[in-house]
Design a binder for this molecule. Structure first.
Ligand code: 8YV
Length: 318
């Protein structure tokens, strides 16, 4: 089959490398640039065979989108998280879904550790202090929290959680985790309940997947258990945190602080969080390094090429 005869729709702006590869190989359409989408669906409803998208909450692939294309065969997604893709519907229709696990673990864990250090040692606050000329006028900056010897509590000890554990261990932290069904891990303390993990933790690091099962899991009970010396580090999915409860916990000093790369309604970050000194915010950059983004782009592309070359795809979700 000539790859150029295969019609592919790219849902939103992805990396140049990924778009270039897809567009030079397949007959690709940029959905976000098409003004009359209904007309596009009418004209290409039967001919589009692949959706290229991302696990970013603003993209994904809904049932409605998939059903615009009667002969859709594959949804190739950029990102390990796939909660914005209707997996059950894809399964029902026999549509293959691929993601990009593995290649981003280390970069995401690096950001987890960087956020932990930033909020614990007050790096961003200290940076603002110097730049505002306050060191000269007010003298020594306030105290931070010692990292070594503290408990790093990991919620979801998967590939990314394990990389966080490695980094935190190198900083002499004690590793505790909660991940129902996971076997015990030598040297780590396992908890049977999230609340118990939060109680034991100085830094609670979220590396659990998104989706209906984990929506709002990190709520006021968890914050109460974490306590006023505890910090939340969120690098999984914004949907896992009840953001109203988090704001309440921070406002009432139920917890000491939070550092987040992901939010409930990206790219919206509640103003109140932006104004808090003890909150570190980054704009969903955990996997955003050139090396990792290239590796993710290549995996999306390789999955597509494998599928249309009648070979097994490399990283299939369903
Ligand atoms: C990406 C991510 O920023 O992999 C994931 O699940 O959230 C991030 O790596 C995003 O999905 C890339 O498009």
């Amino acid at each position: 089959m000539n790859m150029k005869d295969i019609e592919v729709v790219i849902v939103g702006k992805l990396s140049e490398r990924l778009m270039n590869n897809v567009e030079s190989t397949f007959n690709a359409y940029r959905l976000w640039e098409i003004a009359d989408k209904e007309q596009f669906y009418k004209e290409h409803g039967d001919s589009i065979q692949a959706i290229v998208t991302s696990g970013n909450p603003v993209m994904g692939a809904s049932k409605e989108l998939m059903d615009k294309f009667a002969n859709l065969k594959i949804v190739a997604s950029n990102g390990v998280g796939y909660d914005p893709i209707d997996i059950n519907h894809a399964k029902e229709r026999g549509i293959i879904v691929t993601n990009t696990p593995g290649v981003l673990n280390k970069c995401v864990a690096d950001i987890g550790m960087a956020l932990l250090l930033s909020v614990g040692r007050r790096i961003c606050e200290a940076d603002r202090y110097v730049k505002a000329g306050r060191w000269e006028s007010e003298g020594r900056f306030a105290m931070g929290t010692k990292i070594s010897g503290k408990v790093c509590g990991i919620v979801g000890l998967g590939n990314i959680g394990s990389e966080v554990a490695k980094r935190a261990s190198a900083f002499d932290m004690d590793i505790h985790f909660y991940d129902p069904g996971k076997p015990a891990k030598a040297g780590f303390t396992q908890h049977d309940s999230l609340i118990d993990l939060a109680k034991a933790s100085d830094f609670l690091v979220l590396t659990l997947p998104g989706g209906d099962k984990t929506r709002g899991l990190i709520n006021k009970d968890v914050f109460t258990a974490l306590g006023d010396k505890g910090f939340l580090i969120s690098i999984s999915r914004g949907s896992t945190v009840n953001e109203d409860d988090l704001i309440e916990a921070l406002t009432n000093k139920v917890i000491a602080g939070a550092a987040m790369d992901v939010y409930a309604h990206e790219p919206h970050v509640p103003d109140v969080l932006k104004e808090m000194e003890n909150v570190v915010t980054t704009p969903h950059i955990a996997s955003s390094t050139t090396d990792t983004f290239n590796a993710m782009a290549d995996l999306v592309y390789d999955n597509l090429c494998a599928y249309f070359a009648d070979k097994p795809v490399l990283t299939q979700v369903v």
